[in-house]
Design a protein around this ligand. Structure first.
Ligand SMILES: Nc1ncnc2c1ncn2[C@@H]1O[C@H](COP(=O)(O)OP(=O)(O)OP(=O)(O)O)[C@@H](O)[C@H]1O
Length: 443
C-alpha cells in the first residue's frame, strides 16, 4: 500500500487526519483517480485515517458478505466515487452495472434518508446521473412507476443454437434441440440480422422435424418474445456505454437465470473486444498514428449475485467469458470487474484467487469463510476468521485484502451519498404523510 506524505488535504470523514495517503490497489498511484471509500477502523472501532482505492488501473474486485451487511451499499459507494473523479480521468472511464435486483436506479436521488449519518462523516446527500436501461418489453411498466428508463435489447443473432438450448434447458441432441440448432445456425449462416418472426418461419420450413418438435420450439420462442429482451437489431455497445457515464442495466424482471447469464456473457464478451480494439488504437496513437474516432472508455463492470454467473460446480453461460476474459485477461485491455456475492462458497474458486482486491463484509457461514480461506494469500498473518472476528458485526465494516501491497486492512465504508435502493423494508417504519409530501421527489 502506498504511504506518501499527504500534502493535499484529503477528506478524513471526521476520522484521524494523517500525513500519509492510504491508497489500496496501486503502489504507484500519483494521488489521482482516487476512490474515497471510507476510514480505517481501529481495534477499538474508532475512526482512523481516510482510505482510498485506485481507479487509474484496472482491477478485479470481489465484494462478499452475508445478507444485509453492505455488499450492494459498497458497490453503490464505488459507483458514486467513479462519478466523482476528476473530469480528465472520468471521461476515460465508464461504469456499467448489471443490476439483478433492480436496486441501483435510486442512485439518481440524494440520500436524504441517511442525512444525519452523512453529516457525521462531513458529507451531504447527492443524486447522481445514471442512465437506466431495461428490457425493451418492460419500458412501459417502469415509466408507469415514474422511473425514467431507456429500452435495451440484444440482437437475436448474437445467440448460437447451443446457447438457446441452454436458455430453454433442452438437450442439443433431443429432437427439439436438433431442430433449434439447425434453424438458428442456418439463419446465422446467412450473415444478416433476423427477427423473432423469421425464426418461427425457419422452424416451420424445416422438413426433417416432426410437428411435436416444431410446436415445442415455437412455444419456447414465444416465451422469449414475452421477455422483451431480444430484437432484430438490438442496441449497440456505444449506445449503452461511453466515457464518463454510469449505465445501469436493470435485468431484475428476467426470471430465467440462464437468460440473465447469456446477457452477461454477450455484453462482457463485447466489452472485452471493444477494449482490445481501444487498446490497439491507444498503442498506435503512442506510436504517432492519428485517430479521430472517440476512444471506447475503460469500463468498470459491476455484477451483483455473482454466484449465479460464475457458479462453483457447473459452468454457467457466463463463466468462460467472466473468468477467462474479464478476470484473467481483463487487466491488459483495461476492463475492471466488480463482483459481489453473499455466498463465496457457491462461487467459482478462480474468482477469489484472481481478484486483486477482496472486500469482505461480515460472514458467518463456515463454508463461506473456508472458501476464502482456501485462497488466503501467504502474506496474511492471521486467518480470515480471526480478522472477521476483530471486525465485528457492524454493517458497512469490511476486511480489505489488497494483493498489490500484500496487505490487509479493516475499513469502515463511508455512507452512500445517493439513495440506497437495497435496504431491508421495515414493518415498523413510521410513514409520515407530511414528510412524505415534502420529499416527493424521492423514490
Ligand atoms: N457502509 C455503510 N454505512 C452505513 N450503513 C450501511 C453501510 N453498508 C450497509 N449499511 C446498511 O446495511 C443495509 C444493508 O446493506 P446492503 O443492502 O448493501 O446489504 P447486502 O449485503 O447487499 O444484502 P443482500 O445480500 O440482501 O443484497 C443498508 O440498507 C444500510 O442500512
Amino acid at each position: 500500500m502506498q504511504k506518501v506524505e499527504n500534502k493535499q488535504p484529503r477528506p478524513a470523514f471526521g476520522g484521524k487526519v494523517t500525513r500519509t495517503l492510504h491508497v489500496l490497489g496501486n503502489e504507484e498511484n500519483p494521488r489521482k483517480g482516487l476512490l474515497s471509500i471510507g476510514n480505517y477502523m481501529a481495534l477499538d472501532h474508532s475512526r482512523g485515517a481516510a482510505v482510498y482505492l485506485d481507479a487509474l488501473k484496472p482491477h478485479a474486485v470481489l465484494i462478499c458478505g452475508k445478507r444485509g451487511y453492505g455488499k450492494s451499499y459498497t458497490m453503490g459507494c464505488l459507483l458514486e466515487e467513479l462519478s466523482l473523479l476528476e473530469p480528465d480521468i472520468k471521461k476515460r472511464l465508464a461504469s456499467f452495472v448489471i443490476d439483478t435486483m433492480g436496486i441501483f436506479w435510486t442512485m439518481n436521488y440524494p440520500n436524504t434518508f441517511e442525512a444525519p449519518t452523512l453529516k457525521s462523516w462531513n458529507l451531504a446527500p447527492v443524486g447522481f446521473e445514471a442512465e437506466i436501461f431495461v428490457p425493451e418489453g418492460m419500458v412501459e411498466a417502469y415509466r408507469k412507476r415514474n422511473i425514467n428508463v431507456k429500452p435495451f435489447s440484444i440482437p437475436m443473432r448474437e445467440l448460437s443454437g447451443n446457447q438457446w438450448c441452454r436458455i430453454f434447458n433442452i438437450e442439443e441432441v433431443s429432437p427439439p434441440g436438433i431442430l433449434l440448432v439447425r434453424a438458428i445456425e442456418s439463419l446465422r449462416e446467412r450473415g444478416d440480422t433476423y427477427s423473432f418472426e423469421e425464426i418461427l418461419s425457419e422452424i416451420a420450413r424445416d422438413t426433417r422435424s416432426d410437428e411435436a418438435s416444431k410446436g415445442a420450439v415455437e412455444n419456447y420462442f414465444r416465451a422469449v418474445n414475452s421477455w422483451g429482451l431480444f430484437s432484430k437489431e438490438g442496441i449497440s455497445l456505444t449506445e449503452l456505454i461511453s466515457g464518463g457515464r454510469t449505465t445501469i442495466l436493470d435485468v431484475n424482471t428476467l426470471e430465467n437465470e440462464n437468460v440473465c447469464a447469456a446477457t452477461v456473457s454477450i455484453l462482457a464478451g463485447k466489452l472485452y473486444e471493444a477494449r482490445l480494439e481501444a487498446r490497439r488504437v491507444y498503442e498506435k496513437k503512442l506510436m504517432g498514428e492519428k485517430f479521430f474516432e472517440e476512444e471506447f472508455p475503460m469500463v468498470w463492470l459491476f455484477i451483483d449475485e455473482a454466484h449465479i454467473f460464475v457458479p462453483a460446480k457447473t459452468e454457467g453461460l457466463a463463466s468462460r467469458v467472466l473468468i477467462n476474459r474479464c478476470l484473467r485477461q481483463g487487466r491488459q485491455p483495461g476492463l475492471s470487474l466488480v463482483l459481489a456475492t453473499q455466498r463465496p462458497a457457491s462461487l467459482h474458486p478462480d474468482v477469489v484467487s484472481q481478484s486483486d482486491l477482496l472486500i469482505c463484509h461480515r460472514l458467518t457461514a463456515s463454508d463461506d469463510i473456508l472458501a476464502l480461506e482456501a485462497s488466503r494469500p501467504l502474506y496474511m498473518q492471521e486467518s480470515i476468521q480471526a480478522y472477521l472476528k476483530k471486525m465485528g458485526s457492524e454493517r458497512g465494516a469490511a476486511l480489505i485484502v489488497d494483493d498489490h501491497s500484500e496487505s490487509v486492512h479493516l475499513v469502515r465504508i463511508r455512507p452512500r451519498l445517493s439513495w440506497h435502493g437495497g435496504g431491508e423494508p421495515n414493518a415498523l417504519e413510521p410513514y409520515d404523510e407530511e414528510e412524505s409530501s415534502e420529499n416527493s421527489n424521492q423514490p
